[in-house]
Design a protein around this ligand. Sequence first.
Ligand code: HEC
Length: 152
Amino acid sequence: MLVRKLALFSLLLTVTGLVYSHGDVTPQAVDVSTLPKLGDTMLDKNPFEGNKEAIRIGASAYNQNCARCHGLEVISGGIAPDLRKLNMDCEGLANPKKKAQCIGDMDVYFRNSVLGGKVVDGRVYMPSFAAVFSQEAIWAIRSYIETRKYDE
Ligand code: HEC
């Protein structure tokens, strides 16, 4: 437990240092005008998976908003989790129905992480993007990250 606390503490120091060194941490709005409109009701499944335009927008939105913590091209330097690993447990599933269900669960987890941010013991490890991101922006970033495979 103590070890975990210490690890979290040093992680926080690193994240704080990184945030300061990168100056502006205000979430940047994402132009999604070229994507189909999804409405206000949050979807539970990424509707843009494999959509080229969504991937293009997602790559730029990722670089502006996520890369400083999660790493350029989604290769984590260890400060924040490596997001290429999110689907790893699903990809090994042989049953296509179970695999789709697993990726759907990760879609929801991803969406909720971006909307809510990550707060540990009252400290903000990751800001909430709920005020600036439409769901189109969230799914575009998810679609981009899904093109980045851990074992490539
Ligand atoms: C200020 C640094 C920071 C920024 C900016 C940031 N994150 Fe994070 N993110 C973190 C940290 C640290 C964690 C791990 C928190 C924890 O241990 O609970 C995390 C966790 C996550 C998780 C859960 C990962 C897992 O394996 O459980 C997702 C998904 C995620 N971030 C997506 C994003 C996306 C997408 C963006 C950009 C829109 C973003 N983050 C921006 C620091 C950041």
